[in-house]
Every structure is written in C-alpha cells, then in structure tokens.
Write a protein that binds this ligand. Structure first.
Ligand code: NAI
Ligand code: MG
Length: 357
C-alpha cells in the first residue's frame, strides 16, 4: 500500500486469545512506530463464546458489514467447550471467514527457534526453516458424496475428492511465488499418484506445468507417506512444501510439531488475490486449562503479527519482529512456563516489543 496505512480487524476470541492478543498488538504498534507505517485497529467482541452467551450465536448476522474491508484480520483463538460445543464455535466463526473470504491458502512455518527444544534429536536453531502451503478450499474435503441405506447391511458412504484446474493452479502459483522469493528457491510437492490414480496424477501434472513458469525454482515431489517420514528424518531438506487439503492438514501439524511447542506456532489463512481480507492467528486454541492465569506464551500471536506484516508488504518490520522473538527466546528468564521459564504473558510480550530494532 503506497500510504502504508493498514486497517486491521482485531478479534481476540476466547480464553488465552484475550491474553495473547494485547501482546500481539503491542508488538505490532511498536513495529509501526519504528518502521513508519500506521495501523488502525478495529476490535470486535464477536467470534467468541462470550458473545454466544449474550446473543445465542457466534457472530452477528451482519458480521461482514461490521468487519468491512480491513487489510487483514488479526485473530486470537476461539472455543470454550464447557459452554459451547466446539463444532458450533468453530463453524460459527473461523470457518465462516475461511469460506466467505475465499482464503484458499493455509500457510504455516516450521522453523526451529532458539530456546524451543525440538523433539527431534540434534537439531540446532536455524537448521529447520520451511513453509507449508496447504490448499484450503477443495480437494479431499468436499461435500460431494452421500450416505445411503443407513443402518442396513447395504449401507454405503461416498465422499469424492474434487480438484479443479482453477483451484490447484492458484495454490501452486502461490507456493512457487513464495519459493521464488526465498534464498533456496526450492519447492516440494506432496503427492500420492501411485495409489490415488486420478486426482493425484492431475495434481502432479499441474505442478509440472506451473514449474515451467518458474525456471529458477528447483522442485521435487514425494509421496505423502515417505514425505511424513522425511519431515522427521531430514527436515533440513525442505524450503516450501505444497500440498492438497488433506495432505496439507497433516503436514501443517507435523511440521510445526517437529519444531517444538504449540505456543509459538503461527498460521495464515490467505486470500492472495486480495479480493478479501486474509486472517492471521496462532495455531493454538483458547487453552481453557491455563486461561486467566497470565502464563500463556504470546509468541504464536506475535509471530502471526510478523506473518501479517509480511503479507501486507512490510517485510523489514516482519523480519525485525522475528529477530526480536529470537533475541528474547534466547534468554531463559524471559520465556513462559511452556518453555520451562517463569515469565508471564505480558512480561514476555513487553520484552519482545522492547527488543525490536
Ligand atoms: P489448545 O491449543 O487450546 O491447548 C492444547 C494444550 O496446549 C493445552 O494444554 C494448553 O494449555 C497448551 N497451550 C496452547 N497454547 C498455549 C500457549 N500459547 N502457551 C502455553 N500453552 C499453550 O487446544 P485444545 O485444548 O484442544 O482446545 C481448546 C479450545 O480451543 C477448544 O474449544 C478448541 O476447539 C479450540 N481451538 C481453537 C483453535 C483456533 O481458534 N484456531 C485451534 C485449536 C483449538
Ligand atoms: Mg489440523
């Protein structure tokens, strides 16, 4: 944006979402002051179970009008299973955004940070650093199919995978563009064309066709079974990994799990066309078990702010936030309890804001 003024819809949601969001916003504001752009925050109390308790629904009927057209949505976490069943809280909020805003890319990093012990032995910070790009609107998660003769001996269930050239090409384009901007310029495609013999060969074919437009990007493909093994055995091989909805769902949990605690992992649900806002949020949920104690790790929320700024084109500020996160995580005294530290949410968040340069 030439004027570098960004309107951000801020939706903290439930539980620790309300505790980590102020830290995300604190760092965002500090980055804006240091790097010379403006963030206009628009807070919303809906998409939360508190809102549900008052209104009997997760969001107002006119939520789209209320949100308007912000440059991005900064989200905390939603869910309070004690009062609202998870399928209602999730379908009534986040999944509405994903669908209505055509957020067809789900983006997650797998990056090993200092102070975050990896469950993989012998891996040093920096040795794992890749992105997982998941198709987020079609593929295996389709509503094409049916259930017949329920409860009888003839019972039959069918759910078809739907891949469109439009849907596959647009997520591949995003992944190749991302790989093209990275120093290693390497893309890996997840496939299973030996077993799923119609849709997956099509996926492979589209990867090959798209690769022809990106001659500087090296690319390869792995069958999903061996790919999951390689995530654990040789995570240093990967730079950008692109996958269909189901494979991407699995890989985007496995990748970040290989790099440590859920408290630090961020994600983006992205509409790369810019016709609708994209949403950035930590991977974790509302953590009812620790909510209200002020001990949640704010790094997932703050890293999400960095992803959001990168998406908005504020690359320098995004890099600076990552550097500040790394500086603070190196200091055991500033880590939160999930990283065996004693710092609270606010102390950790303030330290990251102060470490920003
Ligand atoms: P969760 O991610 O909320 O918690 C899992 C475990 O990780 C808990 O022991 C929690 O204390 C810990 N944890 C999570 N984030 C942490 C942080 N920042 N710092 C320190 N520890 C942290 O997942 P859970 O318990 O399965 O779900 C709780 C609620 O959150 C449910 O209602 C669920 O539907 C919802 N949820 C929402 C998501 C979202 O908003 N995108 C994603 C995942 C779950
Ligand atoms: Mg998942």
């Amino acid at each position: 944006k030439p004027n570098r003024r960004y309107t951000i819809a801020v939706i903290p949601g439930d539980g620790i979402g309300k505790e980590v969001m102020p830290e995300g916003v604190r760092v965002l504001e500090r980055a804006a002051a240091l790097y010379g752009f403006t963030v206009e925050q628009r807070w919303h109390d809906f998409a939360s179970c508190d809102y549900y308790a008052r209104h009997g629904r997760m969001m107002p009927e006119d939520w789209k009008e209320q949100i308007g057209s912000p440059d991005a949505i900064f989200f905390g976490a939603v869910g309070w299973p004690e009062t609202v069943p998870d399928h209602i809280s999730l379908w009534g909020s986040l999944l509405q955004f994903r669908r209505e805003y055509d957020q067809y890319v789900n983006l997650r990093p797998a990056r090993l940070l200092p102070g975050v012990p990896s469950p993989l032995a012998g891996r040093e910070p920096g040795s794992i650093d890749f992105w997982i790009v998941r198709e987020n609107t079609e593929g295996e998660y389709s509503s094409v199919g049916g259930h017949m003769f329920a409860g009888t001996e003839r019972e039959v269930v069918i759910q078809e995978t739907v891949m469109t050239r439009f849907g596959v090409d647009r997520v591949l384009r995003y992944a190749f563009d991302l790989a093209n901007r990275r120093p290693n310029r390497h893309l890996t495609s997840a496939t299973k064309s030996n077993g799923i013999a119609i849709t997956m060969p099509f996926w492979d074919q589209r990867v090959e066709a798209m690769a022809a437009n990106y001659t500087d990007v090296r690319w390869d493909k792995y069958h999903i079974d061996i790919l999951t093994a390689q995530f654990v055995l040789n995570p240093d091989r990967f730079d950008v990994v692109v996958a269909s909805n189901l494979f991407g769902d699995i890989l985007s949990d496995l990748g970040p799990a290989c790099t440590g605690t859920i408290g630090v992992a961020p994600s983006g649900s992205i509409n790369p066309d810019g016709t609708h806002p994209s949403l950035f949020e930590p991977v974790h949920g509302s953590a009812p078990d620790i909510a209200g104690k002020g001990i949640a790790n704010p790094v997932g929320q703050i890293w999400s702010a960095a992803m959001m700024l990168e998406h908005l084109g504020e690359t320098e500020a995004a890099k600076a936030i990552m550097a500040a996160i790394e500086t603070v995580l190196k200091d055991p005294g500033l880590r939160t309890a999930d990283l065996k530290g004693k710092a609270g949410t606010e102390e950790c968040g303030k330290a990251i804001a102060e470490a920003l340069r």
